[in-house]
Design a protein around this ligand. Structure first.
Ligand code: GLN
Length: 304
């Protein structure tokens, strides 16, 4: 039987010796001060075991990782209707790119780039009674953990400098692809991105994608088909213009965030999360990608 803890330890020692840890995101000022020497990794298997090393219980800003969770809630609420307003093709472009949206008449390429996530935020605002509260409760339900919260400082910090997201929302609005007003949609989006969670909490939150739609507490949240489709979207779009590279190197569906987190999973088997705040040029965690490549190489566990 595989000694997972030993594999994580070997990776941890390897990674902590690497000097070039990438660059911490600074375009959201509140994120700029995170120490890039933090590193955590946590693995949760569907047969109930968990393993971790480093800062795997430290909360960090999950940023774009939240896009998978908002997609999941929207999918469970309105099903395939989301496809009337968002496509499911990889964009091959950075997460905040706007040119494609203009060329493709206001239909975002996929729900994991910013424009797509803004449309999902709009759907949730229309569908939920108290959108920010209900979304937070959804995450707390998935994880069975009421300690999870938004970080209002981070949300406000992004609002103050999020010019591109304002531009994206106005462009969507001009194409009639937002029902609610721009301010309301951005307020929800900045809050969802500001959620703070640890690696161990994220492996719980993503449990349902590995477990055919049944969450950590075994409640059915998504149909088998919806869980399959969200994994397909993660695999093809989860890392923007580096999605091909992540599939090539790691071979798992996953999602990154500019806070330095990455969650990846093997259906029916495990969920794994890394946190290393330094990013590469494409905005994905440099050492997180490396650690996950090492994990699937050493264990020979991937979808391929
Ligand atoms: N909140 C960030 C933004 O919209 C999320 C980006 C990311 O994590 N890739 O710019």
């Amino acid at each position: 039987m595989l000694d997972y803890q030993r594999v994580l330890e070997v990776i941890y020692h390897d990674v902590t010796n690497i000097k070039d840890k990438g660059t911490v995101a600074s375009y959201i000022p509140e994120l700029a001060n995170i120490d890039s020497s933090n590193f955590g990794i946590h693995l949760r298997t569907l047969d109930g075991r968990e393993y971790g090393i480093g800062s795997f219980n430290t909360k960090f800003s999950i940023q774009s990782i939240s896009k998978v969770l908002s997609l999941s809630l929207a999918f469970s609420l309105i099903g395939e209707k989301i496809l009337e307003r968002i496509d499911v093709e990889p964009s091959g472009n950075p997460f905040n790119q706007l040119a494609l949206l203009e060329r493709e008449n206001g239909i975002p390429r996929n729900p994991l780039i910013n424009t797509g996530a803004l449309v999902i935020a709009d759907i949730l605002i229309s569908e939920l009674k108290n959108p920010k509260e209900d979304f937070l409760n959804y995450i707390r339900e998935l994880t069975n953990d009421d300690s999870i919260n938004y970080n209002l400082k981070v949300a406000n910090s992004e609002r103050e400098t999020g010019y591109k997201n304002f531009a994206a929302a106005y462009l969507l609005k001009s194409f009639n692809n937002l029902e609610n007003d721009v301010e309301t949609v951005l307020d929800f989006y900045f809050h969802q991105c500001s959620l703070e969670m640890s690696c161990a909490q994220l492996t719980k939150a993503f449990y349902l994608f590995s477990n055919k739609g049944k969450c950590y507490l075994n409640k059915k949240q998504l149909t088998n088909s919806q869980a399959k489709r969200i994994n397909a979207i993660m695999l093809t779009c989860g890392f923007y213009d580096e999605a091909g590279d992540f599939a090539f190197e790691v071979g798992l569906p996953g999602k990154s965030g500019v806070g330095g987190g990455i969650v990846a999973l093997l259906p029916n088997k495990f969920i794994i999360t890394t946190w290393s705040p330094g990013l590469n040029k494409k905005g994905n965690s440099k050492l997180g990608m490396y650690a996950l490549e090492q994990f699937t190489t050493k264990t020979k566990l991937s979808i391929f």
